[in-house]
Design a protein around this ligand. Sequence first.
Ligand code: ATP
Ligand code: MG
Length: 393
Amino acid sequence: MEFHALLIKYAEIGVKGKNRYIFEDKLVSRIVDALKKVSGKFRVYKASGRIYAAAEEPFDLDEAVDALQHVFGIAGICPMVQLPLVSPEELLEASVRYFTDMYPDYQGSFKVMTSRANKAYPYDSMELNRMIGEAVLQACLKAHVDVHEPEVAFHVEVREDINLYSVTIPGPGGMPVGSSGKAMLLLSGGIDSPVAGYMVAKRGVVIEAVYFHAPPYTSDRAKQKVVDLAAQMAKYTGPIRLHVVNFTDIQLAIYEHCPHDELTIIMRRYMMRIAETLAKEAHAQALITGEAIGQVASQTIQSLVSTNEVCTLPVFRPLIAFDKLDIIRIAQQIGTFETSILPFEDCCTIFVAKHPVTKPDPERIRRSEEKLTDIIDELMETALRTNEVIVCG
Ligand code: ATP
Ligand code: MG
């Protein structure tokens, strides 16, 4: 079957009132970006509250659908056969040809669903439903009509031209990236943070990321793993600017001056502070982490409160109430899991205490951090100044 165009259905952005066109325009540009990467040339346009991608040359349907399934904001993709505004006789012929090509030897139920936006067309939608239904029945003797729960809903749209389609391939849902601000993701090499970034991006947020690297304690391969994760996420989010911050000296200073049972929590607090500075520089309005209540010692509610209190920007933790298995399922679905489980060292696990505090006492933590007063500002400045930016994807 040769399709001529894709009808792209969107869900949530349809309800944005006066701002609707902003969302639609973002979605159109995300679709244009996605289709640039596939073979074939497309013209993407809005018409009567819908988005179409019309092929200007033959294209590979699977490849185009795969690209669109990475575009947030798309609820469904309908491959269409398009006809010019032909006569009713030719429409019947084309409809039968479509149906028998799509469903050879069809034995199930169907329903014709005509919509006639073009009121000048000789027959109305009820008449067309009946005429096309009869023509299909004559061509497919074992098929039958079921108007309530048809297995195939055959759409015939009579507009400036005519569209035929009967399949809606699900899209990823969500809202187009770029329609709701920007956030800075703390991206480690683990399973959780890529999923957290994916979830926030799905709500239309542009993602930048920061990775805290601790050479020589963490290797180049650990860093490459994070670059690879960002590139995988970028298939959904568009290119991600990844800040690689050298965290070694800060980590060593904490190790030298602070109680060892508080190492992880203090280290996490400095990560949050640096991430916030980078976020503000990048005009991001929030931070994102992959934390979930109770997953590890640094993620008890008390620990979360402690890492939270060093930030003024809101911290989004989309996985806060997720079970690990549910997070893993999403990681597998979005293609980050295989990379996340590669066994490279992680800077959080280099200097871990045997018995980290699970209920950090805010006063005690502040007193421990005071021990860094003389050196920490300069270390933070150096870390920020030597920050390497890699554009991933
Ligand atoms: P993940 O699977 O995302 O690594 P985790 O379960 O290993 O999470 P932690 O190591 O406690 O949890 O980290 C909690 C969160 O802190 C991570 O989800 C991530 O957002 C951030 N984080 C931890 N380590 C780093 C790092 N080296 N660089 C950037 N962010 C980090
Ligand atoms: Mg981790």
